[in-house]
Design a protein around this ligand. Structure first.
Ligand SMILES: *[C@@H]1O[C@H](CO)[C@@H](O)[C@H](O)[C@H]1NC(C)=O
Ligand SMILES: *[C@@H]1O[C@H](CO)[C@@H](O)[C@H](O)[C@H]1NC(C)=O
Ligand SMILES: *[C@@H]1O[C@H](CO)[C@@H](O)[C@H](O)[C@H]1NC(C)=O
Ligand SMILES: *[C@@H]1O[C@H](CO)[C@@H](O)[C@H](O)[C@H]1NC(C)=O
Ligand SMILES: *[C@@H]1O[C@H](CO)[C@@H](O)[C@H](O)[C@H]1NC(C)=O
Ligand SMILES: *[C@@H]1O[C@H](CO)[C@@H](O)[C@H](O)[C@H]1NC(C)=O
Ligand SMILES: *[C@@H]1O[C@H](CO)[C@@H](O)[C@H](O)[C@H]1NC(C)=O
Ligand SMILES: *[C@@H]1O[C@H](CO)[C@@H](O)[C@H](O)[C@H]1NC(C)=O
Ligand SMILES: *[C@@H]1O[C@H](CO)[C@@H](O)[C@H](O)[C@H]1NC(C)=O
Length: 642
């Protein structure tokens, strides 16, 4: 047997050697003489790299030359395009030679579609239709790199994390809770009720840089979502009414934002001063996730308020009915904005890229799905039907984000940020955390979501030197430090090469993801291993020895083993946060990629909110029904209260 195999291996090698040479297809070797402004001269796809040369008329100074192709699946996507660079001037300078040499093996190529030349200065675009088949030549193309082998196999919940998150004075959970409320209705001159300051960093705080002394629509809505969870869980009248007051003030503040006379991009305006008037300086706008997450929070609040005996009239006047009560009720207006604008590009949650974003679509979807049900409850069948129709149309677009060649959900689909060559962003995980509607569409146990969580989390291992520290002083396992995306250059105040750091809220997101996946599997009743999900389990629970194509029922030994792995990693990610948190429990935005020292904005509200929601998810998967209640019943301290 062995010798026969060797014979075949030898034959295969000889075959490879024969096809080592790159084969060029030459279309023309002289500049176009037919009045054309461009012509593809030659191309070859060799060893996974597409090389091509083109003649481009020298019509203006700024030129953008692109070659569109179809990928291995025969599809044209925003990723199946390469750009050319200037190479040389030809003859009297009327034409230039432009070239490209781009590795495209991950997408693959089957056909060249067209060559496009944008003469930006004169506002002209020229194109040459190609429709040329491409055959691979040369050495075999590389394949997508596999995720690394796991550096540790944490299992089960850790006593250290249980204690760190306990409901006791001075615990991290209690500290995060109190510090979050300090930033709600902050004690800053001019601040109005219902606003959330993004961090204690800005003109009136001891730390002035960066200036986060604003009320961001996104941050406020995600913070108020935590207040809503506390409202929902509280069994003490006094604390419950504190949360209720804060949430009604928040609803009013949101209505004030919506009616600001100086909105530049409608309800997608991302940022307001603490007096709740618009920030109208240059900024990445619109950011169309804010109206969605605001509506999601208020839908939950209104449902709980009604369940607690609140009146329908109050809900309509102070939360829902923007048509009749525009000055006080924001929800319907935000929902209808989402319904009519979900397909428009907008800036992402990091405020950097205008495109179609998975995070934004996910939270918009959840707003539409739960909004349709809530509108029905309000007797508003017209709005309900509008929201339902938009939800259906939006849902049909989500599949396009899956990149079958990269085994990840793309964080955006559309003009792609070229600096983010990994195409990975924790925004995908945050999209599931904040946007999963509980209806089986892109939930925590979705194969594509699992694969994406694996790809983005392991991408930071080679990026942050800090990732080399894998245990704390007691030998407990530290999870991978998680940032926004591997190519990040923002260091908390400015940008610099290799400046991006792990963020507390991104690390908490991975912890929460693990806990929520664990809970969801219990609801699903089994774990199924497919070729998409297997790498996730191979990394996070390799010793469970799960096999492709198998399904492991709730309670079976392999199921329990796998869940232990997810819970162990959840705690490992939390332990990383714990390890790089100062003893007073304060959380900045980020911790340094080399040293782990806190960096960036002080007391970032979203950092506190994210540790709390991860703690809530941990308690849920541990079956600790009283956890959120006990925290909620602490109530807001007088000096920080509304
Ligand atoms: C492709 O282009 C690059 C850059 O010009 C060059 O170094 C490389 O040799 C080319 N590949 C082949 C196979 O000609
Ligand atoms: C070139 O192909 C791309 C991808 O199919 C398409 O979007 C674009 O419109 C085409 N450009 C021209 C000028 O035909
Ligand atoms: C690609 O291969 C097909 C058949 O395998 C052949 O007909 C075609 O001419 C080749 N095209 C190029 C550009 O080499
Ligand atoms: C709100 O606060 C900003 C920043 O302090 C200030 O420029 C603006 O004039 C204030 N607007 C109102 C209406 O007070
Ligand atoms: C919202 O949609 C309307 C019309 O559908 C459009 O005019 C407006 O520009 C959109 N706004 C944003 C912020 O996307
Ligand atoms: C981690 O340590 C290894 C071995 O010391 C080193 O090769 C690697 O570059 C380090 N990783 C980072 C991100 O610094
Ligand atoms: C962040 O980058 C800026 C440059 O944009 C630099 O001035 C600053 O010192 C850096 N901050 C830290 C903490 O390294
Ligand atoms: C994964 O499985 C699906 C369905 O069973 C199959 O269509 C696909 O080709 C497989 N992909 C890989 C990479 O094996
Ligand atoms: C608000 O801040 C002022 C000035 O820093 C301080 O005197 C006052 O006690 C604070 N109020 C509360 C309720 O914390």
């Amino acid at each position: 047997m062995k010798s026969i195999r060797n014979v075949f291996a030898g034959l295969a090698l000889a075959g490879t050697a024969l096809s080592q040479a790159c084969q060029t297809t030459t279309l023309t070797s002289s500049v176009p003489s037919n009045g054309m402004e461009l012509a593809l001269a030659s191309y070859w796809y060799c060893g996974g790299t597409l090389n091509a040369t083109a003649y481009i008329a020298n019509l203006d100074y700024n030129k953008v030359v692109s070659l569109y192709y179809t990928n291995a699946q025969g599809q044209s996507t925003p990723l199946s395009v390469v750009t050319f660079g200037y190479s040389s001037s030809i003859g009297n300078g009327d034409f230039e030679l432009w070239t490209t040499s781009t590795p495209i093996f991950i997408d693959g190529v089957t056909k060249l579609l067209n060559l496009t030349f944008q003469a930006t200065d004169i506002g002209q675009t020229y194109a040459q239709t190609l429709n040329l088949p491409v055959n691979a030549t040369g050495a075999a193309a590389p394949t997508l790199a596999s995720p690394p082998a796991p550096y540790a196999t944490p299992k089960g919940f850790g006593e250290d994390i249980t204690s760190w998150l306990s409901i006791n004075v001075g615990s991290e959970a209690e500290t995060a809770f109190q510090k979050m409320f300090v930033n709600i209705n902050p004690n800053v001159t001019g601040a109005v009720k219902g606003v959330v300051v993004a961090a204690r960093s800005g003109p009136t705080y001891p730390q002035t840089d960066p200036d986060y002394e604003y009320n961001w629509v996104r941050d406020a809505s995600l913070t108020m979502d935590v207040v809503q969870s506390l409202y929902s869980a509280s069994t003490k009248k006094k604390s419950q009414s504190q949360y209720e007051d804060i949430l009604f003030e928040y609803a009013t503040a949101r209505a004030t934002e919506q009616t600001d006379p100086n909105l530049q991009t409608g309800l997608g305006e991302p940022k307001f001063y603490l007096n709740n008037t618009i920030f109208s300086g240059p900024w990445g706008r619109p950011q169309n996730d804010g109206p969605a997450t605001s509506a999601i929070t208020l839908i939950k609040f209104a449902n709980d308020y009604l369940a607690n005996g609140g009146s329908m009239d109050t809900v309509k006047q102070k939360i829902y009915d923007s048509t009749t009560y525009p000055a006080s009720a924001p929800m319907q207006k935000d929902l209808l904005f989402v319904a009519s604008n979900w397909s428009s590009p907008s800036f992402d949650l990091w405020e950097e890229e205008e495109s179609d974003h998975f995070y934004t679509r996910m939270v918009q979807r959840r707003a539409l799905v739960s909004g349709a049900a809530f509108a029905s409850k309000m007797g508003d069948s017209t709005t309900s039907a509008t929201l339902s129709a938009a939800a259906t149309a939006l849902t049909a677009t989500l599949g396009q984000f899956w990149d079958v060649n990269r085994h990840t959900i793309l964080y955006e689909y559309g003009p792609v940020l070229h600096g983010k060559s990994s195409y990975l962003d924790i925004a995908v995980v945050l999209g599931v955390i904040h946007g999963y509607a509980g209806d089986g569409v892109y939930g925590f146990t979705n194969d594509e979501v699992l694969s994406s969580a694996l790809r983005i989390s392991t991408s930071f291992i080679d990026v942050y030197p800090l990732a080399n520290k894998t245990t704390d002083s007691t030998g407990n396992i530290l999870g991978i430090p998680i940032g926004r995306y591997p190519e990040d250059v923002y260091n908390g105040t400015g940008t610099e090469d290799n400046g991006g750091n792990p963020w507390y809220l991104c690390t908490a997101a991975m912890a929460q993801f693990m806990y929520s996946a664990s809970s969801q599997y219990a609801d699903d009743g089994s774990i199924s291993i497919t070729n998409i999900s297997k790498p996730f389990f191979d990394y996070f629970t390799p010793t469970a020895d799960l096999s492709l194509g198998q399904s492991y029922a709730y309670g079976s030994p392999q199921y329990n083993h796998a869940i232990n792995g997810l819970n162990g990693w959840g705690d490992a990610f939390m332990r990383t946060i714990k390890h790089y948190t100062p003893t007073d429990g304060t959380l900045t935005e980020e911790y340094n990629r080399n040293t782990g020292v806190p960096q960036g904005a002080a007391d970032l509200t979203w950092s506190y909110a994210s540790v709390l929601t991860a703690a809530f998810a941990r308690a849920e998967t541990r079956g600790q029904k009283g956890y959120v209640r006990n925290l909620a019943n602490l109530g807001v301290q007088a000096n920080t209260a509304a």
